[in-house]
Each structure stands twice: as C-alpha cells, then as structure tokens.
Write a protein that binds this ligand. Structure first.
Ligand code: TRP
Length: 455
C-alpha cells in the first residue's frame, strides 16, 4: 500500500490547519451574522463556544486523525468497526461536500471583486456599491465563470498533493493574509462611523439574545474553526508524531478568532459610515462596504485606494482558497484511498460534482431566486442547514465519541505524544468533551430548532 502522506514540518501543519480555519467564515460570514444578530452579545457567545466547545472538539479530531492516519470514513471504520458511530464519517464527507459547493460561489465573488478593483470599477467615486453587487450576483454567466475559475484553482493545488500543494501554499498565503488584515485595521480608524461601529461591536445588548441566536453563534464557532465534521481529522492524519495536538489546536483557534474579531473591526465602522447599507445586509455585506472603506481611507490618494482594494480582494480570495482546499481534501482523500483511484482522478470527480451543485447555489441569486424551501433560497438553505443543523449534530457526536467511546489511554497517548508532553490538561479536556460540550450543544440545538419552527 502507498505510504500515507505527511506534512513536512510542525509549522507547516499549523499553517495548513489555520489556513483551513481562516476563510470566508471569518471575513465574510462572521460579520454577516454579527450584523444580523445584534453585535456584541453574539460575539460573546461565539467566543465562549470556541473556548469550551470548539477547541476540545478540535483536539478530539486531531486525536482521531493522527491516530488512524486515514480519511474520515476509514478512521471511524477502524476505531468503531461495525458500530453506528461510523455515521459521523459519512455525515462529515456529506457536509464538506455541501459547504464546498456554495463556498466556491462566494469565493468566485472575491475573484470578480479583485478584478474589478484593478480595472478601476470599484474606485470610481460614483459607484453605487449596493447596485454593483446586486447586478453582479444576478448575472448568471459572470458569477458562474468566477466560481468555475475558483474551483479550477482549488483543483490544481489539490492534485499537487499534501506537501507540495496544500502545505506550500498555506505557508506563503497565511502570513500575507495576517499582514494585510493588520494594515486594514489601522485604516478603519479614519472612518466617520468608528464610534458607532465600535459600540455595536463591544457593547452587548442581551435583549437581542434569543436561543436561535445562541445556536447560530455556536454553529459559527464550529464553522469558523472548521470543526465538527472531520475536516481537520483528515489534516491531522498528515501530522507528524512530534506535533503537539493541544498546543496546535490553541494556536489555530487563536489565529482564527483573532482574524474574525479583527474583520469585525474593519467592517462595522465602515458599515456605519456608508449611507444606505444596513448592518443586516446579508451575504452582500462585506462586498458592499469594503470597497467604500478603501475609497474613504485613501480618498485623497486614489492610487492607494486602487492598489489596496485589489490586494484585499486577492487576499480574501486566498483565505477562501486555503479553506476550500481543506473541504475538497476531506472528500478527495476518501475517494482516493477508499475507491483505490489516483489522486488526480479522485480530485476530478470531487471538483466536477461539487461544481454541479455549485451551479444551483450560484443561480439562486438570480434566475433561480424564486426556488425556495422554508423561505430560503438554495444558497441560504445549504448554508443554514450545514452550519446550524449538521455541524452542531456532528459536534455532539464527535464529543461523545472521543469522550465516552474511544479508549481513554489511546486519547491520553495521542495528547501527550506518548508521555512526552504534560498531562495536566488531559482531565479538563475529557470533562469538556464528556459533559460540557454535549450538554451545551444539545440543549441549544433542541431549543433553537423549536424556536425556529415556532414551537
Ligand atoms: N473554516 C472555514 C472558514 O472559516 C470553512 C471551512 C473549512 C469549514 N473547512 C470546514 C467549515 C469544515 C466547516 C467544516 O471559512
């Protein structure tokens, strides 16, 4: 049998996992949800979920992946032969596929926006950003072309393999991304709406906090960390024996949370400065406000506005790319290993089928916008169902699996790298996985669903 692939270094492993975590979830989805759900109170619940539920589950996924050195479905098959736990692996692959198919749509938008920045369309002082966005997403050919291009790029990296494709590209792109975010945060302090923006972000209004808001915050925590569906199991199967699982999980989640909160700081002061854009503008929020930020911040030096906006959308695109790669890889690894076909073939099957579903999501902003289920378009349905329903469910199952079913000694061995790393966090982690995570997620999940369906 072919030797299972590996990341070349510990740093490479952290960058790859952080690349998976930091994506559209941080810069596009997080501000959109914060805007919809009332600001600071949502952020507070989000951070609590990351700390007490997200991080322990991430460590759990690392344990499963590194121990079995296999893709998601195979990993559960090995650890729980003949048991229904295997459903977690199947669910994971399914949801990775669903997320990937709408993820490429928004990622395509980033490509078009990068292009429009360089063509000068976005730095035109008379540009109506709301209309610009609306016209673009409703244009089937243009938005499909962008999504297909994006999928092609993801595909080309995946077929280069784990070390040469995934690891190499994460190591270059992640530091660049962090640098640009830092610069943008500084720029936003020149926005006229800075005070209102900061108040919205920092002053919790608990009256806005309903159970379904809490559920959305928890779902977003999972989404942003890339946990609760086994995507990170696949990456952890490429970790070396000396990679420390708990400290890697802490590094990845800190980078991820940091980027999400900073993008809030970039976007909200701008939202309150743009006439006519509402904080709850939905999926278009980031695309309608950010171009304005650049024009405002560099208004007297148009050349800078032009460069900066282009650079930003390229970087947003790159963040999306490293995450799309991880979603793609989770499915490809399974198809490649279990169907016994080459990586190239496996990757092609995944790209083509995810793209076919992507077409529906793409068109749901235009010609198919009247196709709705429970009042949601296909795009919204994929987003809401995967993150608000399947991710919390996957989270509960993973926590129970690692906390109760897996052999305690196996977990201890993985977490301590065979006794080389301190054991102190082990009991805390087990307590969180056994009790805190399942009870918290299940309570919110059931209540959230009841509220959503008006029971
Ligand atoms: N975390 C990524 C983001 O923030 C998206 C993502 C990648 C993801 N892999 C995942 C979400 C696995 C859920 C599960 O954009």
């Amino acid at each position: 049998m072919e030797k299972h692939a590996n990341f070349g270094s510990r740093m490479g492993a952290i960058f790859a996992a952080a690349g998976s975590a930091v994506g559209l979830g941080n810069i596009w989805r997080f501000p959109m949800l914060v805007g919809d759900n009332g600001g600071a109170a949502f952020i507070l619940i989000y951070i609590v979920s990351i700390l007490f539920v997200g991080i322990p589950i991430m460590v759990g996924e690392f344990v499963i992946g590194r121990h079995t050195q296999s893709n998601m479905i195979e990993a559960f098959r090995q650890l729980a032969p003949g048991k229904w736990w295997r459903i977690i692996g199947v669910m994971g692959i399914g949801v990775a596929f669903i997320i990937l198919s709408y993820y490429i749509v928004v990622s395509g938008w980033t490509l078009y926006y990068a292009y429009s920045s360089f063509s000068g369309a976005l730095s035109d002082p008379d540009c109506n950003y709301g209309a610009f966005f609306g016209d673009f997403v409703a244009n089937p050919w243009l938005s499909l072309l962008a999504a297909v291009l994006f999928m092609l790029m993801t595909h080309l990296i995946i077929i280069r393999g784990v070390q040469n494709g995934i690891e190499k590209c994460s190591k270059v792109l992640m530091p660049m991304l962090l640098l640009i975010i830092g610069i943008l945060v500084v720029c936003t302090f020149s926005m006229p709406g800075i005070n209102e923006g900061l108040t919205f972000l920092l002053k919790p209004d608990f009256s806005k906090l309903t159970i379904s808001v809490v559920l959305a915050a928890m779902g977003q925590a999972f989404y942003s960390l890339s946990v609760a569906m086994g995507c990170l199991c696949t990456y952890a199967s490429y970790f070396g024996r000396n990679t420390r699982l708990v400290s890697s999980a802490l590094s990845v989640s800190s980078i991820d949370t940091f980027v999400a909160v900073l993008s809030g700081f970039i976007i909200f002061p701008a939202v309150f400065s743009v006439p006519g854009v509402d904080v709850n503008a939905g999926p278009g929020l980031v695309f309608q406000t950010l171009p304005y930020v650049f024009n405002m911040a560099f208004g007297n030096v148009p050349f800078l506005a032009y460069i900066f906006s282009g650079l930003f959308y390229i970087l947003l695109f790159l963040a999306a790319l490293t995450s799309a790669i991880s979603l793609h890889e989770a499915v490809t690894a399974y198809v490649h290993e279990n169907w016994h076909i080459t990586r190239k073939k496996a990757s092609t099957i995944v790209s083509v089928s995810a793209m076919s579903m992507g077409v529906l999501c793409c068109l749901s902003f235009g010609v198919l916008s009247h196709w709705t289920i429970f009042g949601l378009t296909i795009f919204d349905l994929f987003d809401v169902v995967s993150s608000t329903i399947i991710l919390p469910l996957g989270g509960v199952l993973l926590a129970l699996f690692v906390g109760w079913y897996l052999n305690r000694e196996l977990v201890r061995k993985e977490i301590t790298n065979d006794g080389q790393v301190s054991q102190r966090v082990f009991p805390v982690l087990m307590f969180l996985l056994r009790w805190v995570a399942p009870i918290a997620i299940l309570t919110m999940f059931i209540k959230g669903l009841m509220e959503m369906f008006g029971m």
